[in-house]
Design a binder for this molecule. Structure first.
Ligand SMILES: [Zn+2]
Length: 419
């Protein structure tokens, strides 16, 4: 029987409820409040009330508007705030070459790596890409992800970047996961501009950004600031144009060496600065002061077989706001498991399981500017909920690689049941 919209629904018999708290200057202490044995009331897709202990039965509960959580753990839906899902093929043949000793850089120099993904996207049409992205959204949902940030970045021409963003929009229209789209035309210099990189920056600033804004295809612009990609001067040029066009700013920085990521992010008031594996103490202090969200991507470090993880412990001690994301992409991080990133955050970056959960929920909400309605389950927040077969939040980071939610709700509706 259909329940009328506006009628409360209830999730009862929740064993443990995780309530990530808004950021107030520090993640130290108790970033996730824990409550036991209670129920949630959902109205119009949002949490309207949390039942208290000693109030065992919600008012108005009937057989057709109640979901029994069987004492499971309830958390907000996870938010993956850095993904690259717009590509044609996975690249496992390169993985085999890496297993045999070749480096990522050697493979790229021989025409593999990102160049092969660029060829793939340029050859694909919008329908093909959109169908692939839809399947990948299903993949995220299976790990409890209910919202993602998603980038273009393998087209690298006006037509192919717009095609990437349009295919993303089309896939998201038909899927419960909310997608925040980012234009990453400044991913690398495309091969045809190898001898004229500033000519490509002209194209990004004069054509690709204005057209993406005109068609309302992106919320943000992203730049890969690296010796192999865009230099500080080019990054500042792109940021200036994007900011004037009303886009939020994101930055890939300090992935392989320390650079000007923290400085430029603070200078422009960027929304996020991502990777930051090599950021030093000065950079961390600048990030804490500027309030930019630092998106940590331990999966890329792990998958590339590197050892230099972001100094997350120091970032948290000094007051940075951090998010955790998969960096899902076919080259350096082909995983869609945000729970696995939570385990890596604890094992490799010194985060606690509570901090890891915060970074994968509320942290992701800040990284996509949705912190007032996503990332927690306090009254007023959207009812994006995961039920896990776990007694406490610590289990999610502890049981590495084998954690999936049993049930996922999006705006109060069941959208996934693990079978
Ligand atoms: Zn990335």
């Amino acid at each position: 029987m259909e329940i009328e919209r506006g009628t409360p629904r209830y999730i009862v018999n929740i064993g443990c409820l995780a309530l990530p708290q808004p950021f107030e200057g520090s993640l130290l202490g108790e970033p996730v409040k824990i409550k036991k044995n209670l129920w949630l009331e959902i109205k119009n897709g949002r949490i309207s009330r949390i039942g208290h202990e000693g109030e065992p039965e919600p008012p108005g509960v009937e057989a057709n508007n109640v979901f029994d959580a069987y004492s499971m753990l309830a958390t907000p839906g996870l938010i993956d705030s850095h993904t690259h899902p717009v590509f044609l093929n996975f690249r496992q043949s390169e993985f085999v070459r890496r297993c045999r000793g070749e480096t990522y850089q050697q493979i790229a120099a021989a025409g593999g790596g990102i160049l092969s993904s660029i060829r793939g996207v340029r050859e694909a049409n919008e329908e093909m890409l959109s169908a692939l992205i839809f399947n990948r959204l299903e993949g995220f949902l299976e790990f409890g992800v209910t919202a993602i940030e998603a980038k273009s970045g393998y087209g690298l021409s006006l037509a192919d970047e717009l095609k990437s963003l349009r295919s993303l929009k089309k896939a998201a229209l038909d899927h419960p996961i909310e997608v925040s789209p980012t234009l990453l035309a400044a991913h690398v210099i495309p091969p045809e501009f190898r001898d004229n990189p500033d000519g490509y920056v002209d194209l990004v600033c004069n054509s690709i950004i204005p057209q993406a804004v005109e068609e309302k295809l992106a919320n943000a612009v992203d730049v890969f600031l690296d010796d192999s990609a865009f230099n500080p001067k080019q990054t500042r040029r792109i940021f200036k144009v994007a900011k004037e066009a009303g886009l939020d700013l994101r930055l890939h920085a300090d992935q392989f060496s320390v650079g000007k990521g923290a400085e430029i992010a603070a200078e422009f008031g960027a929304l996020t600065v991502d990777h930051m594996d090599y950021t030093d103490e000065n950079g961390i202090e600048a990030l804490a002061k500027s309030g930019v969200t630092v998106v940590l991507l331990p999966g890329a470090v792990f998958f590339l077989g590197l050892e230099h993880y972001a100094p997350a412990r120091m970032m948290i001690e000094k007051g940075c706001k951090v998010a955790l994301a998969t960096d899902f992409n076919p080259g350096s991080s082909p995983t869609q498991s945000l729970p696995l990133m939570m385990s890596l955050a604890c094992i490799k970056m010194g985060m606690t399981p509570q901090e890891a959960l915060w970074a994968a929920t509320m942290g992701g909400a800040y990284a996509t500017k949705r912190q007032d309605e996503l990332g927690s389950l306090m009254p007023g927040y959207q009812a994006d909920i995961c039920l896990w077969n776990a007694e406490d939040v610590e289990y999610l980071s502890y049981a590495y690689g084998s954690v999936r939610p049993e049930v996922v709700f999006k705006r109060g509706e069941v959208v996934s049941i693990f079978q």
